[in-house]
Write a protein that binds this ligand. Sequence first.
Ligand SMILES: *[C@@H]1O[C@H](CO)[C@@H](O)[C@H](O)[C@H]1NC(C)=O
Ligand SMILES: *[C@@H]1O[C@H](CO)[C@@H](O)[C@H](O)[C@H]1NC(C)=O
Ligand SMILES: *[C@@H]1O[C@H](CO)[C@@H](O)[C@H](O)[C@H]1NC(C)=O
Ligand SMILES: *[C@@H]1O[C@H](CO)[C@@H](O)[C@H](O)[C@H]1NC(C)=O
Ligand SMILES: *[C@@H]1O[C@H](CO)[C@@H](O)[C@H](O)[C@H]1NC(C)=O
Ligand SMILES: *[C@@H]1O[C@H](CO)[C@@H](O)[C@H](O)[C@H]1NC(C)=O
Ligand SMILES: *[C@@H]1O[C@H](CO)[C@@H](O)[C@H](O)[C@H]1NC(C)=O
Length: 662
Amino acid sequence: MAEAFDLIWMVISFLLLIHLSSQQETGFIFNGFRQGDLYLDGVAQILPGGLLQLTNTSEQQKGHAFYRQPFEFNSSESLSFSTHFVCAMVREPGVTGGNGIAFFLSPSMDLSNADATQYLGLFNTTTNRSPSSHIFAIELDTVESAEFDDINNNHVGIDVNSLTSVDSANASYFSDKEGLNKTINLLSGDSIQVWVDYDGTVLNVSLAPLGVQKPSQSLLSRSINLSEVLQERMFVGFSAATGQLENNHYILGWSFSRSKALLQSLDISKLPQVPRPKSKNKPPLVLILLLIVLGIIILVLVGGAYLYRRNKYAEVREEWEKEYGPHRYSYKSIYKATNGFHKDGFLGKGGFGEVYKGTLPDEGDIAVKRFSHKGERGMKQFVAEIASMGRLDHRNLVPLFGYCRRKGEFLLISKYMPNGSLDQLLFDNREPSLPWSTRLMILKGIASALQYLHREATQVVLHRDIKASNVMLDTDFIGKLGDFGMARFHDHGANPTTTGAVGTVGYMAPELTSMGASTKTDVYGFGALILEVVCGRRPVEPNLPIEKQLLVKWVCDCWKKKALINARDPKLSGEMRSQIEMVLKLGLLCTNLVAESRPEMGEVVQYLEGQVSLPDFSPDSPGIGILTPVWLGASSSVMSNTSSPATESMFVSHSIEYGVGR
Ligand SMILES: *[C@@H]1O[C@H](CO)[C@@H](O)[C@H](O)[C@H]1NC(C)=O
Ligand SMILES: *[C@@H]1O[C@H](CO)[C@@H](O)[C@H](O)[C@H]1NC(C)=O
Ligand SMILES: *[C@@H]1O[C@H](CO)[C@@H](O)[C@H](O)[C@H]1NC(C)=O
Ligand SMILES: *[C@@H]1O[C@H](CO)[C@@H](O)[C@H](O)[C@H]1NC(C)=O
Ligand SMILES: *[C@@H]1O[C@H](CO)[C@@H](O)[C@H](O)[C@H]1NC(C)=O
Ligand SMILES: *[C@@H]1O[C@H](CO)[C@@H](O)[C@H](O)[C@H]1NC(C)=O
Ligand SMILES: *[C@@H]1O[C@H](CO)[C@@H](O)[C@H](O)[C@H]1NC(C)=O
């Protein structure tokens, strides 16, 4: 048994040995080259990176590289061989390039007498076309030589003892992916794979760019009997040549085998790098593309930032606004002044917009009322009014600095009042409550401001929305009338009546809806304000017992019961009774149902100052304490709002009706 095992073992070893030795003899592979791997002549050299350079870009040069051992091609045996190699032809920039590379089999390594140029370092005039040359070659030819019937200057040819190819084709490959032939530019500088297979009868030649699988269809496929050409011992190698035209000819890797099946695959990743000549004039395409992309990115970013800014600070400016220039603020300045309408500066939400605190370099602290507007209707007049209001100057008017306009938005910029509005102080149960002297001072101030608006300003200005929430207080509790959003302007002498009832319920004169606004409707509003300030409650309080709900009626009823003083704010007890009673009566006088019976603002000022005593009237005088509630006859929006009169302004028309009256 042991002997039998020994025998089997010996047979296996012998077979292995034969196999190994035959493999060594029948093929080799170079994924890049080391010095000494090959026999070189001419200008051929192995570059430090492992690249085989057959020629450089000098003219009229040739170079050869051979595998050092010859292969035996006994005619009795198979003549087959297969090879796979990667080559590259790299021109200097702007140079045409030539002549080409050949893979070849030769009985001798001495080709010193062969010529360069179109002879590719393979033949000279004597040996070309001579059957005794015994040279078989696959040429990658980049020059069209008429004497050899070349098809063009970018072709692959099969050469048997002659440079006149037995077969040739345009350099191209069959793309299995796309199912069509694709041209290969041999002089592109790109690495090109070449496969040559011969099985003794058929010779196949294929090309493909690096990274592409061997095409399923060969570029050249030809029946050929090489038994007469190939000698018993043949050297395999490469030849390349330059002439008047020149370029670098490189071989990157080479695999060869006598058997197609045993041909080892090249490892693309191990192949040496092909040096690309640096362009002196033109920067590489990649760099140009990179710069273009970078430029586009920068453009997009800058453009985006510009558009963002433009949109953020966009505003509407029209030709006619030029004359109001000084009152026109840029949206950007207001945006910055309010810190981008930051919530920290939010002061409150008024009847028709939000109010923000801000700071401008010249004006100091400002209040910005910001509200939306639809359309441009009456805009021109409204802006004109604001500009006129900017010229108004009275210590009891909130200074209006100007305005800003953008699409769908309007901003009014006025002086910031640190003590807020009068209604907050009256109704928020703050301690200490406003003393009588302060209340009287405020009323006197507002009366004087109204007198100024009605009589002293160059135009009659109707405020139209007098109420405690529109009276602002400065640091010294000086009352200042603000919020001119509702005001309309009328030339002296012209009919100061406007149509379109706008105002706040409880402050609106009964005739407002039918007759429109006038100085008398303002007086009515001021009368309501007087009662509000003295009684410390709003004109209409639906939550109180029915007899107290309407302030005008309640004050009059108190008077009828000879207890007028009971109507005053309980917080004012112990204060100057006769003065309080006089002011209450003035409030009733101003809220007289009959407009003609109300005093002018000039008279109101005199009464408050005590310069003139009130006219003689009683709670039973015509029109006193009578209230035909205006809102009952007004539009439905007012109706619905009376159920919750609460604190906010309520308008018949919610949005401001710019210039309806003109
Ligand atoms: C090409 O190689 C030869 C020999 O190595 C050298 O003399 C010549 O300067 C080289 N030419 C170029 C263009 O590098
Ligand atoms: C080739 O033929 C020669 C004689 O002509 C012989 O010596 C040699 O062993 C043969 N080689 C092979 C591989 O058959
Ligand atoms: C061509 O080469 C052969 C041998 O290689 C040589 O004998 C012959 O003289 C050469 N002819 C020319 C014209 O150089
Ligand atoms: C080969 O290339 C030439 C141009 O160099 C062209 O005219 C010819 O049509 C091509 N032949 C084929 C078969 O593509
Ligand atoms: C591709 O080229 C080969 C050889 O030139 C030719 O035989 C084949 O018909 C071509 N195929 C296509 C799809 O053009
Ligand atoms: C050559 O190509 C043909 C057709 O693709 C194929 O049948 C044949 O086996 C190939 N021969 C060699 C030696 O690769
Ligand atoms: C090749 O040619 C030789 C002689 O010229 C002949 O003996 C041989 O049979 C041929 N081979 C084939 C496959 O035709």
